[in-house]
Design a protein around this ligand. Structure first.
Ligand code: ADP
Length: 224
């Protein structure tokens, strides 16, 4: 299964990805994580990306598509979810072109909607493990020990771009550049909508139900 996760920052894509990784056993590819890794290792790509990311702007379509194609080529499996990519219509078209060329098209795009109030609450309290990427929230999902990951004892930190000013820029860019992708996948009959305001325990059940519904409706009538 190949899918993309769509939705504004803070809609819960990372949380859903962690659930799906566990229940479907598919790989989780996050372009945000890939870029933060480039920054951590001080690579030329990291240099180019850092300022843009810290200000809440997008890196170029060319840079990110080159990076994602290289990653897809080296994956051990063709079952994966992309989180944070595509983020512009150009990226969505480039991805489709590439996947059609290798005859491994996407199965669906999962779109998580969430209210602005919920997004700001989630992002401003979000903490991430520097070591394993596990997500926490100061009030709704605090770690057992302050500042320490429950899973691997790594250090928890707040992302530099999770501040109010940058969140506003990211939301604006999302509305302008990323939202049109929703219609792109809808017009191809590949869109699955999920309520991002739901609590994380309900997300997985919601999605598995929708997967089954979409499988049933895509089946040819004589095979039902
Ligand atoms: P978010 O919480 O905004 O969904 P991500 O971790 O997905 O954050 O991405 C962090 C930042 O990395 C983005 O604000 C953007 O600057 C950059 N980035 C990630 N993916 C892409 C992409 N597909 N195209 C352009 N920039 C990207």
């Amino acid at each position: 299964m190949r899918l993309v996760l769509l939705g504004p920052p803070g809609a819960g894509k990372g949380t859903l990805a962690a659930l799906l990784k566990k229940s479907l056993g598919i790989l989780h590819i996050s372009t945000g994580d890939m870029l933060r890794d480039e920054i951590k290792h001080n690579t030329p790509v990291g240099h180019e990306a850092k300022k843009l990311i810290d200000n809440g702007n997008l890196v170029s379509d060319e840079l990110i598509t080159t990076l994602i194609k290289a990653r897809l080529k080296e994956l051990p499996s063709n079952n994966y979810m992309l989180d944070g990519y595509p983020r512009t219509l150009v990226q969505a078209e480039q991805l489709d072109e590439y996947l059609n060329d290798i005859h491994k098209p996407l199965d669906c795009a999962v779109y998580m909607e969430a209210s602005l109030k919920k997004i700001i609450f989630r992002l401003s309290g979000r903490m991430v493990c520097r070591n394993c990427g596990m997500l926490y929230h100061r009030s709704t999902r605090p770690p057992l020990k302050t500042g320490v990951c429950n899973k691997c004892s790594g250090e928890l930190y707040q992302r530099e771009d999770d501040n109010e000013e940058t969140i506003k820029t990211r939301m604006h860019i999302y509305q302008e550049s990323t939202k049109p992708i929703v219609h792109y996948y809808e017009s191809k009959g590949k869109l699955i909508r999920i309520d991002g305001d739901a609590e994380s325990e309900d997300l997985e059940a919601q999605l598995l139900k929708k997967f089954n519904e979409s499988k049933a409706s895509n089946q040819p009538k004589d095979s039902r």
